[in-house]
Design a protein around this ligand. Sequence first.
Ligand code: ADP
Length: 249
Amino acid sequence: HAGRPVALEARRLVKDFRGFRATNEVDLPIFEGEIHAIIGPNGAGKTTLFNLLSGFLKPTSGEVHLFGERIDTLEPYQIVRRGLSRSFQISSVFPTLTVLDNVLVALQSPTALPGQFWTPLSRLRALTPQAEAILEDVGLGSAHTRLAADLSHGEKRQLEIGISMTQNPRVLLLDEPTSGMGSEGIHRVIALVRQVARGRTVVLVEHNMSVVSELADHITVLQYGSVLATGSYDEVRRDPRVIEAYLGE
Ligand code: ADP
């Protein structure tokens, strides 16, 4: 990381849920331009950490900084405007709209958060070329007129990533982008993440270790809400504490 600026940083981050500590004094620098995977056994606190980083949860204590600015005091839409965008495991896709219209709606929204829908579609048509370019990027170039409801699971995940891309984020958080996919879909998502990672920082929560090994420059392993290990794939994979944590799952 020598000399690379920190894009996103958790500082002594703590989240308690009624006395249960889901995030325990997490210090986590994410360097600009890297693909950083957060892994760990079920219940380790990955989703909670993601929600803290993107402002969907307020920390009990500690801070989150984005390009040096403190953001844990801001609302999610303000964080999106500062260049951090996330995909949702709970789908942000409108099933009754076409693929193209889903991207158009997200393009006009200042935040691309689910459920925000202000401008009539007729007025969004001017954004069509921009929407088409995004769909091309996420591999849905020939799916414009299909209803989102008719997409395969994998194609819906591609569309969700496209929706996150409408904000042209400098930092993109992806929550289990390969969940529920077969091997063909997984290969498509790996290529897609590589593509969207060009020129930006990507943080992903991912269960599939072969995906992690292919994509991640840096890995942080969580256990019981704490950072258990951090390093390259080869470093963490050989760490006896990591091996033990996974054998115990
Ligand atoms: P992971 O994503 O690694 O599976 P989570 O972040 O979802 O882990 O959960 C970490 C721990 O925090 C779990 O024990 C979970 O039950 C608990 N937890 C998560 N969200 C809440 C909540 N809103 N209220 C109470 N406990 C929660």
